[in-house]
Structures are given as C-alpha cells and as structure tokens.
Design a protein around this ligand. Structure first.
Ligand SMILES: Cc1ncc(COP(=O)(O)O)c(C=O)c1O
Length: 365
C-alpha cells in the first residue's frame, strides 16, 4: 500500500538521531519548558524569519493563544474559511470570539477575497487565513486588504511549514502565525506540539504567560491562561526532525511536479499550480473528481491510500450550523467538500510509487 504518511519508512539515520535526542532529554532530568524548548523556539523563529517563536501544546492552542494575545474575544468577529480542519474554527470559538465563514476560490480552495469583503462588519477584528494544503497565495492582496480595513491578518500555518511568499516564510506575513506539529504535519513531533511565531515582542510575552496558566512569574497569575506547554521531549525531537525538513519538502515538491506534468485524465481536475515552487509545500496533494467516492474506492483497490480534506465543510458540523457566513452562501466550499480527494505526496515515496500513482489515475475510467 502506498500510504498518505509512512513514518516506518523514514531513514534509519533519522531514527538514530531521534533516539539520541530522547536519551539526551531523559538524562537531562528536565522535562517541561527547558533548554530543548528554548533551542527549538530559537531555531523555528529563525526558519520562519521572525524574532519570536513560542512553543505550545498543539496547533489549536496556538490559534487560541494567538487570538487571546490580541484580546480578540467576546463580541469580536474573525473571518475565516469553512474549508479547513475543525480546529481552526474551534480555536476562535474557544477564544470567545465569533467565527464568520467566507467562501473559497474553487481553483485553490483558499479563502476568496470578494467573499471576505461581504463578511466584513464593524465587529471584524481579524482575517484568519489558512494556508490550506501547504499553499501560500496572493498574500500581498491580503496584506493590503487587512491594512486597508484595519483588521489583523492572522495565519493558520498548520499545513504550511516552510511555504514562502516572495521569499518570506508562512507565519511572518501577518500579525502572527500559528503552527501545528501534529505527527502527520510536514514538521511533526512524536505526539502533539505547536508554536506561535511573531515579530511582535508584546505578543511573544503574552503568549508565554497564557501558555502557562497566565503566570507572569512563579505563582503569580495576572491572567487566567491555559496549560499548553511544549515538553522537552517533543522539542528535542522537533529540532532533530527540523534538520530533515528542507529535504523532505523538496521531495514533496518533486512528487507534486510529476503529478502536474503527468496526470492527464478528463475525469480528474487538479487544483491550480502554485505561482512559484516556494509557494507550496504540499502537505497534501488534492484532486477534484465529481465521483469522488468511486475514485477513492478504485485507488484503495489499487493499493493507493487516499483521504478527503475535508468531506464536511465547517458550517455543516452540528456545533457550527448557526455560524455567520457570506450572505451569498458557501457553495464553492460545499462543492469542494463533495469532490476533493487527497492522494499520497509524502517524502518516503519512491519514484516507482509516484509513477504507479500517475498510471493508476490516468487509467481511471
Ligand atoms: C489547518 C489546521 N489548523 C489547525 C490545526 C490544529 O492543529 P493541532 O491538531 O495540532 O491542534 C490543524 C491540524 O489538524 C490544521 O490542519
């Protein structure tokens, strides 16, 4: 089976480095918020081209904490997409704010600017841009739009590690960026992890307080925060895996380029190619097919794993049925949800695997 993620096939050298990192932490006698976390935070900030990175428990907490550092909460609206992981919107709800859903561009499945314009209100405090599937696109338009309307541009970078727009890395383009290091992400821990990245020292300080119960100094709690700390083991493993990230990302991009060049089947539509290679890190490679479930069953039968990201748009989940949205509806997101299918595009795939996926897709009738 060609898998969506194949951790067991990772290089032996990486495994040995991970085992050494685990031993280092065990022997250090310090397990939460220590030297390894500081070191990983410094490395991740550097990778993202920002001054600060704050390690937290997971990507959803990174989003919630990020919103709370800006005091975005009750009565405030945050415009975002219905085509994302549930955690994006759940984080807005947990911050106490009101998510407002705008529709997507069917060519990329990313937020549509005209729809966002229709969602603006005097209560809008931020646009939460999700770099879905690993793509950053038209960021200059979003920067101009947010500057012009006086709202924050916030980045959900959970799927976009090292994706770049005109040389600038995801997370450095808006007020802050929120990362997830869930194991399946392009940079994944061996468990949960996340980070907030920012250029703003006040946001960095606030995030450090909020992640640790709202504690400013030991046993002093000026705020009611969360318990959302990155542990030493995950930080050490993330530093180890970070050394491999650029090479793994290049492999994903090479596979995607082969897909764009060789998948030719009138029944299958590919999303728009990125404008530049650096704009997409292919956390997921997503197809469109009007008979998605039939294509999915066919691929599985042929030994090719696949998944839909996401089969249900946010506004169709029971806790979100009431959410505010574009008055013209969310038809593009609904159509995408019905037709999308992700195929394997992960760094452990061999050239033979890639050729097999292409041949099987081209033979689909
Ligand atoms: C776009 C997006 N946002 C947020 C999250 C939440 O990250 P985590 O699972 O680390 O809480 C995810 C992960 O599934 C995601 O894909």
């Amino acid at each position: 089976m060609i898998l969506m993620n194949d951790f067991k096939a990772e290089p032996e050298a990486l495994l040995q480095q991970e085992l050494a990192a685990v031993e280092r932490v065990l022997r250090s006698g310090w397990y939460v918020l220590g030297h390894e976390v500081k070191q990983f935070e410094a490395r991740w900030a550097e990778q993202c081209g920002v001054s600060f990175a704050v390690g937290v428990g997971n990507g959803m907490d990174a989003l919630e904490i990020g919103l709370r550092t800006l005091q975005i909460g009750v009565g405030d609206e945050v415009i975002t997409t219905p085509m994302t992981a549930f955690a994006t919107v759940l984080a807005v709800l947990r911050a106490g704010a009101t998510p407002v859903l705008a529709d997507i561009d069917p060519e990329t499945a990313l937020l549509d600017l005209h729809s966002v314009e229709r969602c603006l209100s005097p209560r809008t405090k931020a646009v939460l841009l999700v770099h879905l599937y690993g793509q950053v696109r038209q960021v200059d338009r979003w920067i101009d739009f947010c500057a012009g309307t006086g709202v924050h541009l916030l980045e959900d970078c959970a799927q976009a590690h090292l994706a770049r727009w005109q040389g600038k890395t995801a997370g450095s383009l808006g007020t802050w960026g929120a990362y997830s290091f869930y194991p399946t992400k392009n940079l994944g821990a061996i468990g949960d992890g996340g980070a907030i990245v920012t250029q703003n020292a006040a946001i960095d300080q606030q995030a450090r307080i909020l992640r640790n119960y709202g504690q400013s100094q030991r046993y002093h709690h000026p705020q009611a925060g969360l318990n959302s700390r990155l542990d030493e083991l995950q930080a050490a493993l993330l530093s180890t895996r970070l050394a491999w990230l650029e090479a793994f990302t290049q492999r994903r991009q090479t596979i995607a380029q082969a897909y764009f060049a060789h998948i030719h089947n009138p029944q299958i539509r590919l999303l728009a190619e990125p404008l530049a290679l650096e704009n997409h890190v292919y956390h997921l490679f997503v197809l469109q097919c009007t008979e998605r479930d039939r294509l999915s069953a066919y691929l599985t039968e042929q030994g090719i794993a696949n998944l839909a990201h996401y089969p249900v748009p946010i506004h169709q989940h029971p806790p979100c049925l009431h959410l505010q949205r574009d008055p013209q509806g969310l038809l593009a997101a609904e159509t995408h949800a019905a037709n999308c299918l992700s195929i394997p595009c992960q760094p452990q795939m061999s050239d033979l695997d890639v050729t097999h996926v292409i041949e099987v897709l081209n033979a689909y009738a």
